[in-house]
Design a binder for this molecule. Structure first.
Ligand SMILES: O=C[C@H](O)COP(=O)(O)O
Length: 215
């Protein structure tokens, strides 16, 4: 299982969360990545944690003020990028362009989508993985794996019908039970934010989350 902790724009200390994630990953053997704000990628990567961008733009070097260039994210230490998160929704051409930019610089990619139909469309663009996240459950603490298990199983089925792409799920995930339920539904990972970024003790939250799959 792959655990991706998206820090969004939460007022947490990205380095403290990254150090906690690096420690828990080392202790348990579970693959954990942290996706901070773009400006924090390099200092998060310096902790040794696997670091992801929250987004990269469908641009090359050139006159693209305000964009997030894939090359810059990779040079800062990102190993992957999210795309089309429901809070950073993209047009189809921009998802495809962002994926090609990620490929250009060797970034792994996860394309986010709301439901199984969108997962099938996202999988057709050949990302490394897709993540189904029903927006209504995001930030609620009500885990998708418990609240709407069919959306996970149907997304796994929809992605499998398109090609060889990993399926993660997110929204409301915070505990080991939530992660175990996601795995039982066929997800190969989880995408979460508030359960760790807003936790008083991120390391304890991560330890609890990965406990069921710790080596
Ligand atoms: O990127 C993470 C997802 O939006 C889920 O957020 P959440 O764990 O706060 O529900």
């Amino acid at each position: 299982m792959f655990v991706v902790v998206n820090l969004k724009a939460y007022p947490c200390d990205p380095v403290a969360v990254a150090e906690a994630a690096a420690d828990v990953a080392d202790e348990t053997g579970v693959r954990i990545a942290v996706a901070p704000q773009a400006a924090d990628i390099s200092r998060v990567a310096e902790t040794g944690v696997e670091t992801w961008a929250q987004h990269v733009d469908a641009v090359d070097h050139g006159s693209h003020t305000g964009s997030t260039l894939a090359e810059a994210a990779a040079e800062a230490g990102a190993e992957g990028t999210l795309l089309n998160h429901s809070e950073k929704r993209l047009r189809l051409a921009d998802i495809d362009g962002g994926l090609r930019a990620a490929e250009r610089v060797g970034l792994e990619s996860i394309v986010c989508a709301n439901n199984p139909r969108q997962i099938a469309a996202a999988a057709a663009l050949e990302p490394d993985a897709v993540a189904v996240e029903p927006p209504a459950l995001i930030g609620t603490g009500t885990p998708v794996s418990q609240a709407d298990p069919e959306v996970v199983t149907d997304s796994v089925e929809a992605a499998d019908a398109v090609g060889d792409v990993d399926v993660l799920c997110g929204a409301g995930i915070s505990t080991g039970d939530d992660l175990e339920a996601a795995a039982e539904l066929g997800a190969e990972g989880v995408l979460l934010a508030s359960g760790v970024a807003k936790a008083d003790a991120p390391k304890a939250a991560l330890r609890d989350l990965v406990e069921p799959i710790a080596e």
